[in-house]
Every structure is written in structure tokens, then in C-alpha cells.
Design a protein around this ligand. Structure first.
Ligand SMILES: *[C@@H]1O[C@H](CO)[C@@H](O)[C@H](O)[C@H]1NC(C)=O
Ligand SMILES: *[C@@H]1O[C@H](CO)[C@@H](O)[C@H](O)[C@H]1NC(C)=O
Length: 404
């Protein structure tokens, strides 16, 4: 009870004072303020308290961030990254251990990263995940409001400028971290089984196991050309703002069963600890960008490598477009034809009436022409008759005239 009350109070009161006060009150609560402070994602020294103990966690260039693709800036200078020696893992086993916050694999020093202004040597890689359910999340970085189920980080230090990781991690441009978003699908990802298959051997914090070396490149997406780049920090205390971040646009897929093992096998508590604590939800919430710009190595249109789904979508889209266009063109042609015909018919009707007019007015119809000779004959006969009758009449008239 006292503990809970103090927890609530701690949020408002001076954290260090309360922590010190509790150290006196509750024996066995083993932490000290400073570099060794045991931090967690929720609880007493949860994310919102990190900056009380690790001032850099309250800085203005923190990670992770949400990438809003419409607010990224295309930088044509962001050439494809070149993992060097990722596949030449050799025979020396890798070390996998549970540090109470995540599962870490130490990487051999010949593995490095090209494609940045300096050569960066690989140090270690680790994972972040949620607590079950694809909708809940687990990745640290978010793209356009969508989190992934988990995230892989491969950490490198600037070996051109600094002698080792501990020196580099406090320097600007000291570290380069690759971020790979992990989503679930139907198929098992054999690359990730090189880690997941051994998680049951490091269930408790501080446990360590040697695992067969494997091809680290098999954990990366195929498309290394499309990525986001920004300046940020370590996503765990001490949150040094020394990281050149590369977040790949393409996500990798693992099976639901693989994710489940990642989420449920590990404890953040040590072996023998009476209070077993599952190691879950070990992801930090996104941090404000402040005045930082996120750069993209690609534009929305420059889809160089497309997934089969995207190809199918494009093919269907193009086909629909063509069919639509054909329908429209056909309609237009039909319409044009219709109006052309209509116009011709009107002209034909007009011209025929006019020609009829012309015919009837100026030229006799063929039938009339045929009848003309007969008519003429009739007229002639009439004229003859008339003339004879007129002549007779004349004669009749003239006779009484001459005979008064
Ligand atoms: C890193 O290099 C510095 C400077 O050379 C040295 O003092 C320090 O001991 C080295 N740290 C490790 C862990 O090797
Ligand atoms: C990161 O910071 C360095 C030094 O301030 C700067 O030169 C570089 O352009 C920045 N990179 C990004 C991606 O913002």
C-alpha cells in the first residue's frame, strides 16, 4: 500500500527525493540514482521518468519518431546502404543474451556498414516487441500512423572517427542504427529463427548463450534502396543523441508463431527472482520531431522494387484503365458516328426537298415529261378544234355581219 501511494506521489514530487526516501523505507529495493539506475518501460522509472535520471532522454532530438511520408523530404544523395561482411559470418559463434530489456546479439567487428559518409562498424543487434495482438503494436518507429509488430535494430559505431562504441555513443554522428520493421504473415522467416529458436535458453535477465553464427543480411528487407534518414538518439537510457537513423521502407515478415515466441519467452527479471516479470512491450513511444527533418531516399513515384501484390495491383489497375478507356473511346466514336449520320440524314432530307422543289419548279418530273407529247397532241387537237370552231364561229358571225 505504501509503495503504491509513493508511486503516485513520485510523479508529482521531486523524483530523486522520493526515490531516496523509498530506499530508506523499503530495504531490498536495489537501485541507485545515476548511470546504474534500473529503468523500465512502465512503472517507477518508466519512460516518462527516464529524463529525471538520464537528462538526454529529455532532449529535443530523441528517437523513435513517427514518419509521416508526406512530410519527408526526398534527398537524391541518399544512396543504397551496403552491408559489408553481413553474410561472411564465419564459424565463431555469436553471443545471445537477455539484458533485462531485450535480447541482444553481439556482432563481429568485421561486419560494417557502407553508404554513409564514414565507415561504421557493427556492434550488436536487438529487438523490440509488444505483448500480443497485431493491432497493439510493438515497433518503436511508426510510419503514417501504423506501427509494426516488432522492430530489429542493428547498431554500428563510427569507426573512422572514434576508437570504440563507448566513446562514439556520446558523439554526434557517432552511431548508425538500421531499423527494420517486422510484421506478421503466414510464412515462417528462417532468418529470424536463428535468434528465436534460442530465446528459451536466455529466459531470464543476465542469461547468455552461444548460438551458431548466421547470415545477418537474411534479417534485412530485400529493398535496401528505399529508406528514411534522420538524426536521433538511442531509444533506451541514456538516450544519447548520437544516432544517424536509417529506417527501411520495406517491412520484413515473420510468422505469428515466431512473434508469439518473441513476446512470451523472456523475462525482464533475473532467474530465481520471486517476482517474475515477462519481458514485453519493450518499445518506447514516439518522440517529437521538433525541428528535425526526415529525409527519404526515394520519391513516392520511384517504386524500384515492387512486391508481387503491388505488381498485381498495377496490372489490374492498368487493365481496368485500358478497358475503361476503350469503353470511353467506343462511346465517343459511336456518338460521333451517330451525330455524323444524323447530320447526313438531315442534309439528305434537306437536299432532297430542295431538289424536289427544283425538280417540280424548274424541271418536269420524268412522268410529266412522258405525258407531255400526249398533252401537246391534245393541245394541238384542241387548238385545231378551237381554230376550226373559231373559224366556224367567225364564219357564223361574219355571215350575219355580211348579211344584215
Ligand atoms: C574506448 O576508448 C577509450 C579511448 O581510447 C578508452 O579509454 C576506453 O577504455 C575504451 N573503452 C572500451 C570499452 O574499450
Ligand atoms: C544530422 O546532423 C548533421 C550535423 O548537424 C547534419 O550535417 C546532417 O545533415 C543531419 N542529417 C539529417 C538526416 O538530418
Amino acid at each position: 500500500m505504501r509503495f503504491t501511494v509513493l508511486c503516485v506521489g513520485a510523479r508529482r514530487a521531486n523524483m530523486e527525493f522520493v526515490a531516496l526516501f523509498m530506499l530508506l523505507l523499503i530495504p531490498g529495493l536495489h537501485w541507485t540514482v545515476g548511470e546504474d539506475t534500473s529503468w523500465t518501460y512502465t512503472g517507477m522509472v518508466g519512460q516518462s521518468e527516464w529524463s529525471d535520471y538520464f537528462p538526454d532522454c529529455g532532449g529535443n532530438s530523441q528517437s523513435p519518431v513517427e514518419v509521416v511520408t508526406t512530410q519527408t523530404k526526398y534527398d537524391p544523395g541518399l544512396t543504397p546502404l551496403t552491408p559489408l561482411g553481413y553474410s561472411q559470418h564465419g564459424n565463431k559463434p555469436f553471443t545471445l543474451y537477455n539484458n533485462g530489456h531485450t535480447a541482444v546479439i553481439d556482432l563481429p567487428d568485421w561486419m560494417s556498414l557502407g553508404g554513409l559518409p564514414w565507415l561504421f562498424s557493427a556492434v550488436q543487434m536487438h529487438l523490440h516487441w509488444g505483448s500480443g495482438g497485431p493491432s497493439i503494436g510493438g515497433s518503436e518507429h511508426i510510419i503514417n500512423g501504423q506501427s509494426a509488430e516488432a522492430e530489429l535494430h542493428i547498431v554500428h559505431y563510427n569507426s573512422e572517427l572514434y576508437p570504440n562504441m563507448s566513446v562514439a555513443m556520446t558523439q554526434r554522428d557517432g552511431l548508425a542504427v538500421l531499423g527494420v520493421l517486422i510484421v506478421t504473415g503466414e510464412e515462417t522467416n528462417p532468418g529470424f529463427n536463428n535468434i528465436i529458436n534460442y530465446l528459451s535458453r536466455i529466459r531470464h535477465a543476465n542469461q547468455k548463450v552461444y548460438i551458431p553464427a548466421f547470415d545477418v543480411q537474411s534479417l534485412l528487407p530485400n529493398d535496401l534502396e528505399r529508406y528514411y534518414r534522420y538524426n536521433g538518439s538511442l531509444t533506451t537510457p541514456p538516450c544519447y543523441q548520437s544516432v544517424i537513423w536509417t529506417l527501411f521502407h520495406e517491412r520484413v515478415q515473420i510468422s505469428k508463431a515466431q512473434l508469439l515466441r518473441m513476446e512470451t519467452l523472456l523475462y525482464s527479471s533475473k532467474a530465481g527472482d520471486p517476482d517474475r516479470m515477462l519481458l514485453q512491450d519493450n518499445y518506447r513511444s514516439t518522440q517529437p520531431l521538433n525541428h528535425r527533418m526526415v529525409f527519404a531516399s526515394f520519391t513516392a513515384e520511384s517504386g524500384k522494387e515492387l512486391s508481387s501484390g503491388e505488381v498485381t495491383a498495377i496490372v489490374i489497375g492498368v487493365m481496368c484503365g485500358c478497358v475503361g478507356l476503350a469503353v470511353i473511346v467506343r462511346f465517343i466514336i459511336k456518338t460521333i458516328r451517330f451525330f455524323t449520320l444524323l447530320h447526313h440524314e438531315t442534309v439528305a432530307v434537306n437536299s432532297s426537298t430542295s431538289s424536289w422543289d427544283v425538280l417540280t419548279n424548274n424541271r418536269p418530273a420524268p412522268m410529266q415529261r412522258m405525258k407531255e407529247p400526249e398533252k401537246a397532241k391534245e393541245k394541238q387537237q384542241e387548238m385545231v378544234l378551237n381554230s376550226t370552231s373559231q373559224a366556224e364561229k367567225k364564219e357564223e358571225r361574219s355571215s350575219p355581219q355580211t348579211e344584215p
